[in-house]
Ligand binder design. Sequence first.
Ligand SMILES: Cc1cc2nc3c(=O)[nH]c(=O)nc-3n(C[C@H](O)[C@H](O)[C@H](O)COP(=O)(O)OP(=O)(O)OC[C@H]3O[C@@H](n4cnc5c(N)ncnc54)[C@H](O)[C@@H]3O)c2cc1C
Length: 409
Amino acid sequence: MTKCCIAGCGPAGAVLGYLLARAGIDVVVLEKHSDFLRDFRGDTIHPSTLEILDQVGLAERFLKLPHSEVSTIMGRTAAGQTVTFSLARLHTRYRFIALVPQWDFLEFLTSEAARFPTFRLVRNAEVLGLIDREGAIRGVRYRDDQGEHELEALLTVGADGRGSVTRHAAGLPMTETSPAMDVLWFRITRRQDEAVAIAGRLGAGRVLVMIDRGNYWQIAYVIAKGTAEKVRAAGLEAFRRDVSSVAPDIADRVGEIRDWDQVKLLTVRADRLDRWHRPGFLAIGDAAHAMSPIGGLGINVAIQDAVAAANLLWKALSEGRVDDVDLARVQRERQFPVKVLQGFQTFVQNRFLKPTLDQTRPPTIPLGARVLARVPFLRDLPARFVGLGIRRPHVESPERQVYTSAHVS
Ligand SMILES: Cc1cc2nc3c(=O)[nH]c(=O)nc-3n(C[C@H](O)[C@H](O)[C@H](O)COP(=O)(O)OP(=O)(O)OC[C@H]3O[C@@H](n4cnc5c(N)ncnc54)[C@H](O)[C@@H]3O)c2cc1C
């Protein structure tokens, strides 16, 4: 029996595991994969997350990992119209988004957590369902190389992402707001003289987001939901032409896309549990509210859920009792910011992306965005909203743990 079992070691599970272990609580994190090297993992570590890392003394070490720092979010149309938002004036020590491959971020966090003796990460351990006894969740059933097992826990946390098995098993009611878009995801070499930025690009019926990853651009080509087959059927040459038409500056490199295997389809969904908990069970991160990629908010929101959960639950866990009232407090604390941020994503999706993809609006930067970017009093609002979020929690769970000798090195 462990105090806390966390299903899934994405950003939410890794941060919660770290914070609880740091507070001296026995925690087991079960991750179904053997490593974090999935092709798709968002990479945007916002100032709000850097502040959290700073609060636990990890920011400096984290920023020693190879990364790019981006202070500019840019929109540009194929016709040359531009709009720029800067994070450089934010009231925080970290006035940039750190772009770090997410596998490096998760490897870093879990190796820091592993220095606490009460932290255990089990890889290749796929959670299959919940142990449900007398109306309360008492742990999980999972499978690894040795077969199927049960792990009993005082609290089970579902941090297993947008396809969450645990939230399904918990039977929690959900509101689905599936966005009308999907993403084709691929890479193109980045020249060292190209601006370091996150760049949104607009063309007729086309939207592209380019994320600087040092020696290559990670590119999200946004398509209307369910149209991936149509794009593929039109052929690679047409695809390369489309990419060049919206981002002419990389036209000399689109030939690098030689095979559809290099272009991954990412299905976008957005939803939110109406209730995030049951006795003995709490869902956080995408398992509680799948986030659309708009604004690159999802990782940072998932991490804020983890911080709020650790703040509100560490004491009860250390005393060996967690009741439903404690779990309800986590939902109460987090559901407002999540609703506002998902509302923002839906607004951008419906008022801007969808009409651009459907070609019912011309590919121009919206007037509202241009005004926002120019008025001194307003121009930092978007950067603050995206970079710092809403009602961001601060780490309040204590450091009670003695590091193992590995930490001394
Ligand atoms: C196309 C697209 C692009 C995005 N880009 C960005 C971006 O650039 N920046 C950003 O901030 N957000 C982005 N997001 C959103 C972001 O990916 C999520 O909001 C964020 O990853 C949620 O973190 P999480 O820890 O809750 O879940 P996840 O990151 O999904 O992690 C869940 C973990 O649980 C594991 N798991 C799943 N099922 C089981 C099981 N049964 N047993 C054990 N383990 C299991 C998974 O392997 C995974 O490691 C994007 C989303 C999409 C769809």
